[in-house]
Design a protein. Structure first.
Length: 336
C-alpha cells in the first residue's frame, strides 16, 4: 500500500491538451526565430510523448537552430532506430547534424549504406551525393574542417531543378518545416529570376518569411523588381490591402449573390497570392467591382453584370483593372 501511494504521489498530473499546446507554441516560437524558447517548449512536449513524430521533428529542428547539435543527434538517432517520423526527412536532418559535428566519416558511412541497400529515392539522390562529396573532400583534406556556422560552408544542393510546377509547389510547401540552408541559394535565385512562375515565387517567399529570413532580397516578378525583407512581411491574407478588398467584396456581393461572392473571393485570393509581395494599388471598392463583374460574367449572371457595368461607367480605373485581372487569370496555377 505504501509503495502504491508513493507511486501515485510521484505521478505528474497532465492537463488535457497540454502536449498539443506545447507543440503548437514551440513551432510558433521556432517560426518567429525565438529558438531557445522553442527548444524549451518542445523539450517539455517531448518528455510527455517521446514517440510523437511531430514533436520529435520539431524539437530536432529547434535544437539544430540553437546549435545544440549533440542533443539533436541523440534524438535523431533514436527516431531512426525506432522508426519515428518520415524516414528520409529524419535521415536528412541526421546527416546535416553530423556535418555540423564534423563527423564526416559517419556521413560517408551512412550515405554509402543507403546507396548500397538501394533505398535512396530518385529525388533524393543528387542531394545525398552532394553531401557525400562534401564530407569525402573534408576527409581528404580538401575542405576546411571549421564548424559550419557560415552559410557559405554548407554544401548547396538543388531541390527544384527539372521538376514540374506541381512538384516544385509540393516541395516548397514542405520546406516550411525543414532546414532550408542547403537550398537557400537556389530559392533566392528563383526569386531573382523573372522567368520563375509567380505562384512558386510566392511559395518560396512565404517559406523565407516563415523561417524568419531577415536579409533584404531582390525579387523580379511580373516585370517588376522589388526589394523586401521576408521576416518583415505579413502573410498575404493578413495585409490591409487584402482585408480591405475582401470587406468591399463582401459588402458588394454577399447579399446579392452569396455563391457568386465566394467564387469572386477565391479569385481575389488566387490573384493576390500570385502578386505577393506586390499589391494592387487602386481603390479597394473599384477592385471589388471589377472582380464582382468578372465573376458575374463567368457564371452568366446577366442581371448583376448589367448592374455592375452601370456602376463601373463612373470608374476611371476599372478598365485598367479589368486588363490586370485578365492578365493574372491567364497565369495558370498548379493543380495539386
Amino acid at each position: 500500500m505504501t509503495n502504491k501511494n508513493n507511486e501515485e504521489k510521484g505521478k505528474v498530473l497532465q492537463f488535457p491538451g497540454l502536449k498539443e499546446r506545447l507543440l503548437e507554441k514551440g513551432v510558433q516560437a521556432l517560426e518567429n526565430g525565438e529558438i531557445q524558447e522553442s527548444a524549451d517548449l518542445l523539450t517539455q512536449a517531448y518528455e510527455m510523448d517521446p514517440e510523437n513524430p511531430d514533436i520529435n521533428t520539431a524539437l530536432v529542428l529547434a535544437l539544430y537552430e540553437n546549435k545544440q547539435y549533440d542533443e539533436a543527434k541523440v534524438i535523431c538517432k533514436e527516431m531512426l532506430l525506432e522508426g519515428i517520423g518520415e524516414y528520409f526527412e529524419v535521415v536528412d536532418m541526421y546527416l546535416m547534424i553530423l556535418i555540423q559535428l564534423h563527423q564526416h566519416q559517419d556521413v560517408v558511412d551512412t550515405i554509402h549504406a543507403l546507396f548500397d541497400e538501394k533505398e535512396v529515392p530518385f529525388e533524393k539522390e543528387e542531394h545525398f551525393k552532394k553531401l557525400l562529396h562534401f564530407s569525402e573532400k573534408v576527409l581528404d583534406g580538401k575542405e576546411p574542417v571549421s564548424r559550419m556556422d557560415e552559410e557559405s560552408e554548407v554544401p548547396e544542393t538543388s531541390i527544384l531543378k527539372d521538376k514540374s510546377l506541381e512538384e516544385q509547389t509540393l516541395i516548397a510547401a514542405q520546406l516550411v518545416h525543414q532546414n532550408i540552408r542547403p537550398y537557400l541559394q537556389e530559392l533566392l535565385s528563383c526569386l531573382r529570376e523573372g522567368n520563375t512562375h509567380p505562384f512558386l515565387q510566392s511559395m518560396i517567399l512565404n517559406v523565407l518569411r516563415e523561417h524568419g529570413y531577415d536579409k533584404e532580397i531582390s525579387i523580379i516578378k511580373l516585370n517588376t523588381e522589388v526589394k523586401v525583407t521576408p521576416s518583415e512581411l505579413q502573410d498575404v491574407f493578413e495585409t490591409e490591402t487584402f482585408k480591405n478588398l475582401a470587406e468591399e467584396l463582401e459588402e458588394l456581393l454577399s447579399q446579392r449573390n452569396p455563391t457568386l461572392y465566394q467564387h469572386a473571393l477565391e479569385l481575389v485570393k488566387r490573384h493576390c497570392f500570385l502578386l505577393y509581395p506586390l499589391e494592387m494599388q487602386e481603390e479597394p471598392g473599384n477592385i471589388a467591382m471589377v472582380y464582382a463583374s468578372a465573376a458575374a460574367k463567368m457564371f452568366a449572371d446577366s442581371i448583376l453584370l448589367e448592374e455592375l457595368n452601370v456602376e463601373m461607367e463612373h470608374c476611371g480605373e476599372c478598365e485598367n483593372l479589368m486588363e490586370q485581372l485578365n492578365a493574372l487569370e491567364e497565369i495558370s496555377s498548379p493543380t495539386i
